[in-house]
Design a protein. Structure first.
Length: 126
């Protein structure tokens, strides 16, 4: 199966998730100012085939697209497909599911996992 990496972009933190077969798993949370190099390393070391990025509504959407553009500008040792997904409710759902306080860093990785699982569920079954 392909390797998927999902990114939940935020102005303070960036959450990530990857798949284990057809299941999404929260991975890591990075401070936004250091996320680019960390995510580039993930793409390379884990040989990620598809990168999904959650694009929210409002002003942060442009920042998320700029972040994606920066990631796309680097050379990778293998082809990478880039997909934008609507992330309107992922963070809200992550809070509801885990009943965590808003500042909990795990929320960002859980939100990324929710986005990824939703995407994986739409893929054709083999």
């Amino acid at each position: 199966m392909k390797q998927y990496l999902c990114i939940d972009y935020g102005t303070v933190r960036v959450g990530t998730a990857m798949n284990i077969e057809t299941f999404a798993e929260p991975l890591a949370v990075f401070p936004t100012d250091r996320a680019t190099e960390n995510i580039q390393a993930l793409i390379q070391t884990r040989k990620v085939d598809v990168v999904l990025i959650g694009i929210p509504d409002g002003r942060i959407a442009e920042q998320a697209r700029m972040f994606l553009s920066t990631l796309q500008s680097f050379s990778y040792t293998h082809p990478v497909k880039w997909v934008e997904v609507d992330e309107s409710l992922s963070s809200v759902e992550a809070h509801r599911m885990k009943k965590m306080k808003r500042g909990d860093k795990k929320i960002d990785a859980i939100a990324a996992a929710l986005l990824l699982q939703e995407y994986l569920d739409t893929l054709p079954k083999d």
